[in-house]
Design a protein around this ligand. Structure first.
Ligand SMILES: *Cc1c(COP(=O)(O)O)cnc(C)c1O
Length: 379
């Protein structure tokens, strides 16, 4: 049977046709006025997205490039830092830090739960010479949301810079870098920013820029100092991913035309409808404090989630994401970050219900879709 391909993975995500078309334009050279105008424009627009007046550095690479850049530009070997391992991406902060000889104090929490800000406070009291706190706004591997606002109130009174991985959360979950007092926000292009993979971003507040001056970890390609001094000259130190920057110009227009508050509200609605649908079909939610970027379905005990994932992907052409590490086979994740609307969620919920039913799980077919529809109808 002919089927349409539909993508519901938490990165890469669907890219709007207008962005794809903008990226298909003939190549321009990056050291010419026409491109420099685009570059300056996107750098300004990114500030609105991150809700900051500080500069936003654009790197060519996936989101992890911005994470590694934050580590090597803020710290020196032997420095102390705190990270939270509550999933794959929080774990990554610890691994990157260790790879560079940073003394990482890793707070281990059960995957799917959120870190209590008091644990960060304790960690900072225990090691007052901690130089950085690394957190994850939406822990994409579990879809758990972290209260970074509360954590920022704690780090504000210390010398530690607060770095927030908002790769999958920016645009989907409320995030106010300056108002909340976050020092660094990192993001990537292939999540709610509605672009293909290839660009990474780091918004650098004043406390972070001051910390950069003391950092002695080796850096070259990922140097924030090089990126910032070139940004002042309307350019980049190395060849940027030109087509992606041009696509970004278009996607940021779509984002800012919608407006940040309505954008967050749309994601909240998509998330709440999806969560209502999952519960109504008889499944449970995995994350304790779920993000609005994606929803993780907790699958029944003893059920092999891999089979569900493959059926959705290979038979229905509805590609979601399974679980990672010990969550493999235990959860299925549905993204609703970026280019998604209410009807997309009805499709994916309908597909999940049908697939579960065909696999012999006792779901109430139609109940999930109906609950989401009722949510959208305001009932
Ligand atoms: C996607 C993602 C990243 C970056 O992953 P890349 O594969 O390097 O783009 C980092 N953190 C979170 C929370 C993510 O969702």
């Amino acid at each position: 049977m002919m089927r349409k391909q539909r993508l519901f993975t938490p990165g890469p995500t669907s890219v709007p046709p207008e962005v794809l078309l903008a990226m298909a334009a003939p190549m321009t050279h990056h050291r010419q006025a026409a491109f420099e105008e685009v570059f300056v424009r996107v750098s300004e627009k990114l500030k609105s997205v991150f809700q900051t007046s500080s500069p936003v550095v654009i790197l060519s690479g996936s989101g992890t490039a911005a994470m590694e850049a934050a580590v090597v530009n803020l710290l020196s070997a032997g420095d102390k830092a705190i990270s939270v391992n509550g999933g794959k991406f929080g774990e990554r902060w610890g691994l990157i830090g260790k790879a560079h000889g940073v003394e990482m104090n890793v707070i281990d929490i059960e995957w799917g739960t959120a870190v209590a800000p008091a644990r960060i406070e304790e960690g900072l009291k225990h090691n007052p010479d901690t130089k950085a706190v690394f957190t994850t706004l939406n822990e994409t591997s579990t879809t758990g949301l972290t209260d970074v606002k509360a954590i920022a109130e704690i780090t504000a009174n210390t010398d530690a810079v607060l770095v927030v991985d908002a790769v999958s959360a920016v645009c989907a979950d409320e995030l106010r870098m300056d108002d909340w007092g976050i020092d660094v926000v990192v993001a990537g292009s292939q999540k709610a920013l509605m672009l293909p993979p290839g660009l990474a971003f780091a918004a650098l507040g004043p406390k972070a820029r001051a910390a950069m001056a003391h950092s002695t970890l080796p850096k070259f390609y990922l140097s924030f100092e090089k990126a910032l001094s070139n940004l002042e000259k309307k350019t980049t130190p190395f060849t940027p991913a030109v087509s992606s920057v041009i696509g970004l110009d278009r996607s940021l227009d779509m984002i800012l035309d919608e407006g940040m508050e309505p954008l967050w509200a749309r994601h909240r609605k998509l998330a709440e409808a999806t969560r209502a649908g999952v519960v109504a079909m008889g499944m449970a939610l995995f994350a304790q404090s779920p993000s609005n970027a994606a929803t993780a379905i907790k699958l029944p005990e003893g059920f092999d989630g891999g089979v569900l994932h493959k059926k959705l992907r290979d038979e229905y052409k509805v590609t979601c994401a399974g679980g990672q590490e010990h969550l493999k086979g235990r959860i299925e994740r549905i993204a609703h970050m970026g280019y998604y609307d209410q009807f997309d969620m009805l499709v994916v919920l309908g597909a999940v219900e049908l697939a579960l039913k065909e696999l012999g799980v006792n779901v109430r077919v139609g109940e999930g879709v109906a609950a989401a529809q009722r949510y959208f109808a305001g009932e």
